[in-house]
Write a protein that binds this ligand. Structure first.
Ligand code: CP
Length: 329
């Protein structure tokens, strides 16, 4: 794909070579993310960061990534803080904000809304999550993390095994990750969820059409014993009709140190897009795993910075100039 000026709305727009390109640029961002080197390649550029649903890591890492490339961030957080609260349309908002920005990142509660916004924008728009639909940059950073973790054990993205666990119906990160996995070969996927929160059939069909082996299960212990990557997710309570309905599923598949140590293979890696639900009775990923070397959740969040820096550099056409505008710290 031609990255310059492109919107990033869905992982479906990527081919395998595009993924390689993003990861190659992300690798080069490491000294800048660590502040061993400083670049001003995006000096004068403005990111419009519009987050109309709660977020910690996506919003802040987009902002930090832009700042690390020398750019400035302008934020709108929550619908109430924007003129949408007064009835302004996505179209008008996009026309206005794109006049003030070089690139826009947007999270919105409704599926398809970021694409609608992007159609009216005069600058590239990156989807930071649209309802239960997609979260493409999370999937990229997840895949980047999986690649790094597998490579540390002499493995690659072709022919690995992953268990996705939890709310697979509403979890947009697993939808996007599954679609990205279709670009690779011979992946074995175990989908563990309550039947009511199963992965959408269209996504399962896509995985099978790509030649991957897909198993549907409700057995946590058995699933984690068969895989290289355990990808846990929280119950997406904001997508349920009521808190009570979400509570029916909370804590159904809880991974803790005792279960992980007893059933998982030695090199198995634990991932989670975060946030994890820290309320005691609901904890899908127990804090007793915090110091476990297999827990990659904070390596994921660190990798998110690299991947988002890479995307900004590619979309704004400066990936070849990052070193030119740099100095050692
Ligand atoms: N993973 C993720 O999207 O986290 P935030 O909701 O904190 O952005």
């Amino acid at each position: 794909m031609d990255f310059i000026g492109a919107n990033i709305l869905s992982v479906s727009q990527f081919e395998r070579g595009d993924i390689d390109r993003v990861f190659q640029v992300a690798d080069k961002m490491t000294p800048y993310a660590r502040r061993e080197r400083v670049t001003r390649v995006l000096e004068g550029a403005i990111l419009g960061n519009m987050f109309l649903e709660p977020s910690t890591r996506t919003r802040l890492s987009f902002g930090a990534a832009f700042n690390l490339l020398g750019g400035t961030v302008r934020e709108t957080v929550g619908i109430k803080a924007s003129a949408m609260a007064k009835g302004e349309s996505l179209y008008d908002t996009a026309r206005v904000l794109s006049g003030y920005s070089d690139v826009i990142c947007m999270r919105h509660p409704q599926e398809g809304s970021v694409a609608e916004f992007a159609a009216a924008s005069r600058v590239p728009v990156i989807n930071g999550g649209d309802g239960a639909n997609e979260h493409p940059t999370q999937a990229l950073l997840d895949l980047y993390t999986i690649r790094k973790e597998l490579e540390a054990n002499g493995r690659s993205l072709d022919a690995f095994r992953i268990a996705m666990i939890g709310d697979l119906k509403y979890g947009r990160t697993v939808h996007s990750l599954c679609k990205l996995l279709c670009l690779f070969s011979n992946v074995q996927i175990i989908l563990v969820s309550p039947p009511e929160l199963a992965m959408p059939e269209a996504v399962v069909e896509k995985l099978r059409s790509a030649g991957h082996q897909v198993k549907i299960s409700d057995q946590l212990e058995s699933a984690i014993s068969q895989v290289d990557i355990v990808y846990s997710t929280r119950i997406q309570e904001e997508r349920f009709a009521s808190q009570e309905e979400a509570n029916l599923y909370r804590g159904r598949f809880r991974l803790n140190r005792e279960i992980f140590t007893r059933y998982a293979q030695p090199n198995t890696v634990i991932m989670h897009p975060l946030p994890r639900d820290s309320r005691a009775e609901a904890n899908e990923l127990d804090t007793d795993l915090n110091e476990h070397p297999s827990l990659a959740i904070f390596r994921q969040t660190d990798n998110g910075l690299l991947v988002r820096m890479a995307l900004f550099a590619l979309l704004l056409g400066v990936e070849g100039k990052v070193d030119h505008y740099a100095r050692e710290v």
